[in-house]
Design a protein around this ligand. Structure first.
Ligand SMILES: [Zn+2]
Length: 259
């Protein structure tokens, strides 16, 4: 009997993404602050449905809003890695990326008692070093790539993309990729954002499984999320944290053949 596994994930950015983009006026920061209210509502909804989820929490949020993060831990959700300062790895040197990774992992260990097993990059843009660093720091899974939709796969390193030459896959690693998609993220659908280089329209009707408390936490969106959870439950969905789903994928899909 196939199971419909559902992993709800919440990227608890609060103000970090705005600060990383240089958007530090009071109004911009207040948008991130709303994530604290959104998170309370989401935790209450998840508790009412008995659902455990995965919260990707930047070190910034852990150190700025410790009580809000303790509530996530207290309710039994997985806390996974989402950088310290919400700067995309593609914009960092290897040394900068690793320093940020270690600092955020220390904050998670202090909050939860153990280091993160899962990683999601800010703004979903890995560097050429990220997979190496995640393996070195003993992560189980990444959730930043789009090479599949509902099927976990092994993350590769050393792919070669050169203009005018055929594409070459690099080696598969032991890191499990839990793939994502912008079309399954609440931010582009719901949240208007104006930056120096782009305008994201937002305000479209859709519902997704990658969510931000400051986006999904608004009233009517919470009603839509509640409706989705009810529909999924009625259809027999099994809710898991990403860590549990990645561990299951590792055991069932990627285990070495028994001799
Ligand atoms: Zn984020």
């Amino acid at each position: 009997m196939p199971r419909h596994i559902v992993c709800l994930t919440f990227d608890f950015d609060t103000q970090s993404g705005f600060i990383a983009r240089g958007m530090t006026t009071p109004t911009a920061l207040s948008r991130g602050e709303f994530g604290l209210i959104g998170a309370q509502r989401i935790l209450a909804l998840l508790k009412a449905h008995g659902i455990r989820a995965t919260w990707f929490i930047p070190g910034f949020t852990i150190e700025s809003h410790p009580r809000a993060c303790e509530a996530v831990v207290r309710d039994g959700h997985e806390v996974a890695h989402h950088s310290w300062a919400h700067i995309p790895p593609a914009q960092q040197t290897r040394a900068e990326e690793e320093a940020d990774l270690v600092r955020a992992n220390d904050a998670i260990a202090k909050l939860t008692g153990r280091k993160a097993r899962g990683y999601r990059s800010p703004s979903w843009d890995l560097s050429d070093n990220t997979i190496d660093l995640l393996l070195w720091h003993e992560f189980l899974y990444d959730s930043s790539l789009m090479g599949a939709d509902y099927w976990p796969y092994r993350a590769r390193r050393g792919d070669r993309a050169e203009l005018g030459k055929p594409y070459r896959f690099g080696e598969e690693t032991t890191l499990i990729e839990m793939p994502i998609s912008w079309s399954l993220d609440d931010h582009p659908h719901f949240e208007f954002l104006r930056t120096p280089t782009a305008v994201l329209p937002g305000l479209q009707s859709a519902l997704t499984y990658t969510m931000h408390p400051y986006v999904i936490g608004r009233g009517y969106r919470m009603l839509a999320l509640e409706g989705l959870l009810k529909d999924l439950s009625a259809a027999g969905a099994v809710f898991m944290s990403l860590e549990e789903a990645a561990a299951e994928a590792q055991a069932r899909m990627f285990a070495p053949p028994s001799s």
